[in-house]
Ligand binder design. Structure first.
Ligand code: MN
Length: 230
């Protein structure tokens, strides 16, 4: 085939740290899957039905905001919300994975924020329309460095503060679908491949962000992230 008609876009890349915190290189992002309604208390605060299982939506790969960069406040919203989430970084290929083999394709974990135009999401829900504009916008997926990780998934504290005030606090063990179940479910819907990221859902306490707010998030044992809404 002839050469590209314009320069191909550069891949979004997230830095990787080893189990001791040493720099291992860059994780090229292939796509971003997200889980909705994966903590019971958040499902209730969003008006959800307790019998409704979690579900997936997605963001484009270039929505990631790697550490050291600040996300821009997006246009066309007056209600930008924070959602702190444990992020699974996929390093192996797999489809139709059983729960018992799902952790075998996990490369590591990161701390992420699923930024949401809540007003557009509410309007989309009312009209039965897709969530892309409310979830998959530019700079909608801030993320920490990815921590290389082997063995059982993180179970510790997950928390987010805005300007020093804690707004969300739970433990990753509170998830309705655990990491192995999420990866198994995802692999039955899509062929997973190295470079996939899965945002695993947020606990209760989501709320609005304004320009200039400083956001700090952490997952115990995995790491932390910090940014200012630009
Ligand atoms: Mn979310």
């Amino acid at each position: 085939m002839a050469e590209y008609v314009f320069a191909p876009p550069s891949l979004p890349v997230v830095p990787v740290e080893g189990e001791g915190g040493e720099a291992l290189g860059g994780f090229p992002v292939r796509r971003i899957l997200c889980v909705g309604r994966n903590y019971a208390a958040h499902r209730r605060e969003m008006g959800g039905d307790d019998r409704e299982p979690p579900f997936f939506f997605s963001k484009p790969a270039d929505a990631v905001v790697p550490p050291g960069r600040d996300p821009a406040y997006p246009p066309r919203t007056a209600n930008l919300h924070h959602e702190i989430e444990l992020v699974v970084a996929i390093g192996g290929a797999g489809r139709d994975l059983a729960v018992g083999e799902a952790l075998g394709v996990v490369y590591g974990y990161a701390v992420g924020v699923d930024l949401t135009r809540r007003d557009l999401q509410s309007a989309a829900k009312d009209k039965g329309q897709p969530w892309d504009a409310s979830k998959g916008f530019d700079d909608s997926a801030p993320i920490s460095a990815i921590r290389r990780w082997r063995g059982p998934a993180p179970q510790g504290r997950i928390a987010l503060s805005v300007n020093g005030t804690v707004k969300q606090e739970a433990t990753a063990a509170d998830m309705i679908w655990n990491v192995a179940e999420i990866v198994s479910e995802a692999s039955k819907l899509w062929a997973l491949a190295p470079g996939d990221l899965i945002y695993t859902g947020t606990p209760e306490g989501v709320g609005p962000l304004a320009k200039g707010d400083r956001v700090e998030g952490e997952v115990e044992g995995v790491g932390s992230l910090s940014f200012v809404v630009a």
